[in-house]
Design a protein. Structure first.
Length: 312
């Protein structure tokens, strides 16, 4: 019998989410700190998580909340929704933890096709979704150059990159980015094998693999897992694997059982102020403002939902 999802979703450690880093640009007196930016924000500067794009992954250590990105990988996201609703991930495991790279989960049977869990109503084959048309995206470019793309910035809270001449955009491989594992063929992923970046941003993976979302809360439950001793950090013994107790879409849960979270919008003047607070730290500890920020050094603030609006 497969395990069910615990009802106490709010056992999330949100205190760390409430306080984002500080900001500074130019003289310390002229640039607010990050906390000052957050304190001055209004409800309109925040958005709730969409239950249709939010996945709760229950591990023995607690909950991981993930936000899917259908704007960048619509077919993979649709397949992941189907897999989650079909209880595909329940009882599977985290099978890989490679130091300074990724944590990966899915069916431990791996390449043994005869032993793999059936996908149910999900599709076994999908096209590669490495990038998308840049038109129609609310792309908020950062002011600083990016070594991996002509432009880097954010789209609806997701770290992204863009090539205006080629007319395409894609999600950037930053800490917390979730991707769909694949074999040699570019179209060999289907969302049944997922990984999350837990180390230094491996931007060389950009445009080489389908990225499907990001971890919003609970990265500490993945990044601290013991490193695998096998090739590429795979666990060599079944006892080393971390069981997935359950995976659920937030939309499957009653509203009162959903994690009440909201994320700072990345298309507002408040977000621009937040970016500047990270480019030039003005809090007392800093003696030298950097005047630069990398897309993977910007964590989008997350906090408990305000009482007026709630999470949904």
């Amino acid at each position: 019998m497969r395990p069910t999802l615990p009802l106490t979703l709010l056992a999330l450690s949100l205190a760390a989410c409430t306080h984002a880093p500080q900001r500074s640009d130019g003289p310390a007196a002229s640039v607010p700190t990050t906390q000052e930016v957050i304190d001055a924000s209004t409800p309109a500067d925040w958005r709730p998580l969409d239950p249709e794009n939010t996945v709760y992954l229950q591990l023995p250590s607690g909950m991981v909340v993930m936000e899917l990105a259908p704007a960048f990988a619509p077919e993979h996201v649709a397949n992941i929704r189907t897999l989650v609703k079909g209880r595909y991930f329940d009882g599977l495991s985290v099978n890989r933890s490679q130091d300074n790279f990724v944590v990966q989960w899915g069916d431990p049977a791996g390449d043994e096709l005869a032993l793999r869990r059936p996908l149910g109503e999900a599709k076994a084959s999908l096209p590669a979704e490495f990038s998308r048309d840049a038109d129609g995206l609310s792309f908020r470019a950062l002011p600083d150059p990016d070594g991996w793309a002509p432009e880097a910035g954010f789209v609806d809270g997701f770290a992204a990159a863009r090539d205006p001449k080629a007319g395409k955009a894609w999600l950037a491989h930053c800490y917390g980015t979730i991707g769909a594992g694949r074999a040699m063929a570019p179209d060999s992923s289907n969302g049944s094998e997922l990984y999350v970046v837990t180390g230094q941003s491996p931007r060389q993976l950009d445009l080489n693999i389908t990225t499907v979302g990001r971890v919003v809360v609970g990265m500490e439950r993945l990044s601290v897992l013991p490193r695998g001793t096998g090739p590429l950090g795979f666990y060599t013994e079944a006892a080393q694997r971390v069981p997935i107790l359950a995976a659920r879409m937030a939309s499957e849960m009653p509203p009162e059982q959903r994690a009440r979270l909201e994320v700072m919008r990345t298309d507002t003047a408040t977000w621009d102020a937040y970016v500047e607070s990270r480019r030039n730290r003005s809090d007392e500890w800093y003696v030298h403002p950097a005047g630069h920020v990398d897309v993977c050094n910007l964590s989008v603030p997350v906090r408990p939902a305000t009482a007026e609006r709630g999470a949904d």
